[in-house]
Design a protein around this ligand. Structure first.
Ligand code: S3P
Length: 438
């Protein structure tokens, strides 16, 4: 992407009502799962960002017909065989762009599809670990060549049932293994060290897949997955708003006295509301209520401005707030007292090294922080000063930095602001609409 610097201004307060783009995690899954459903799926509210468009292009490249129809996306699933290709044909090239979810879920899905598939990604994705997916997939008999990172070539084959542990608390890894297990020749068990977002389980169970909780040997959650390429019902789905996108506005509203913000129609799956719970613990005047349970819990978030206090973010709540940690670190900089984020080494292997990127961001704005191998210590009580900063090719760093710029005492400049298009193309427009300037 080109790097056109963008001028950012401080904000006095945020006021109004917001509807954020559809949830990225649910959006990827809806498209992928519809691609092997038996029939026509209709999905509304898919996020407009580049990441989910990457998944759409991937299923189209696999031969699935996808079209826009009156605000919905229609996917013509032809069952599992609709994704099969001639194993003797040259490898089908699949560009996964910047998207970890696209690449990792495709590895699990294509491991069991006849054919040869060549997965690649952009510079950021090509640095991210894939061995965490390919190693446990090998227990199913998957044949994936190329090593620890993209590009990788999948030689789809018959998979056998297995009992595997994800080893890392990652919904992407778990989902890849579930997709392989569905195609295996019997019942598989997948264990995780701790609960991660469960959109895959919810959606596939709604489509008729045999997924049931099981006892994990390691004390964490586990799932039994019935194999045999079950015939799965197509989806009729409205994707709720993305809480990870909403968090930037909610967090900024909480930190700016006099703000009053409502975000409607946003996903409130408990595995995605960790940042909201942490903000409440920091003293934020924040409420959220679930108004609908299907297809996923969703509802309204209301936030008012006030003071924030530092906190410790550790243990299982880290995974429930993983994508919001850079934002929480920015808010911690202006909170009263110290904030410690620990047990978050996963941040180092996101779209950027988000521990290093967040520390650099905070220091550029004049906040004191210490980088830990697995987190950050943020001093708190900072008066942020406007500065020039770089998104480091990471949409969430671009948006967390924009929140810092809104809290700063003078103008800032962002290089790489166009990275917001990965998850939230209208981010700056929505901010402009809601922000009252100083
Ligand atoms: C995601 C899972 C998380 C998250 C990512 C989306 C998903 O990644 O950080 O933004 O859709 O499953 P990991 O599975 O690597 O933790």
């Amino acid at each position: 992407m080109s790097a056109v610097p963008r001028a950012l201004r401080p904000a006095r307060r945020l006021a109004g009502t917001l509807a954020v783009p559809g949830d990225k995690s649910i959006g990827h899954r809806a498209l992928l799962f519809a691609s092997f459903a038996a029939g026509r799926s209709v999905v509304r509210g898919l996020p407009p960002g580049a990441d989910v468009a990457t998944t759409r292009r991937a299923i189209e490249a696999l031969g699935v017909a996808v079209r826009d129809e009156g605000g919905a996306v229609v996917i013509e699933g032809r069952g599992w065989d609709g994704l099969a290709r001639d194993p003797a044909a040259p490898a089908r090239a699949l560009d996964c762009g910047n998207s970890g979810t696209t690449s990792r879920l495709l590895l699990g899905l294509l491991a069991g599809r006849p054919g040869c598939f060549a997965l690649s990604g952009d510079a950021s994705l090509s640095r991210r670990p894939m061995g965490r997916v390919t190693r446990p997939l090998a227990a199913f008999g998957a044949r994936i060549e190329g090593g620890e990172t993209l590009p990788l070539t999948v030689a789809g084959t018959r998979l056998h049932a297995a009992r595997v542990a994800t080893g890392v608390a990652s919904a992407q890894v778990k989902s890849a293994l579930v997709l392989a297990a569905l195609q295996a020749d019997g019942e598989s068990t997948i264990e995780e060290p701790e609960p991660t977002r469960d959109h895959t389980e919810r959606l596939l169970a709604a489509m008729g897949a045999g997924l049931a909780p099981a006892a994990g040997a390691g004390g964490g959650p586990a799932w039994r997955v019935a194999g045999g390429c079950p015939v799965l019902a197509p989806l009729e789905l409205a994707v709720p708003g993305d809480p990870s996108s909403a968090a930037f506005f909610v967090g900024l509203a909480c930190a700016l006295p006099g703000s009053a913000l409502a975000v409607r129609g946003v996903a409130l799956n408990p595995r995605r509301t960790g940042a909201l719970r942490i903000l409440q613990r920091m003293g934020a005047r924040l409420r959220f209520r679930v108004e609908s349970e299907r297809p996923e819990p969703s509802g309204t978030i209301e936030a008012e401005g006030g003071g924030l206090a530092g906190t410790t973010i550790a243990g299982p709540e880290v995974v429930d707030a993983i994508d919001e940690l850079p934002l929480l670190a920015v808010l911690a900089a202006v909170a009263e007292g110290e904030t410690r984020i620990v047990g978050a080494a996963e941040l180092r292997v996101k779209e950027s090294d988000r521990i290093a990127a967040t520390a650099a961001l905070l220091r550029a704005f004049g906040a004191a922080c210490e980088e830990l191998p697995d987190g950050l210590v943020v001093a708190g009580g900072a008066r942020l000063r406007g500065t020039a900063f770089d998104a480091r090719g990471d949409h969430r760093i671009a948006m967390a930095g924009t929140v810092a710029a809104a809290l700063a005492d003078g103008p800032s400049t962002l290089t790489g602001g166009e990275w917001v298009t990965i998850s939230y193309p209208a981010f700056f427009e929505d901010l402009e609409r809601l922000a009252e300037r100083a």
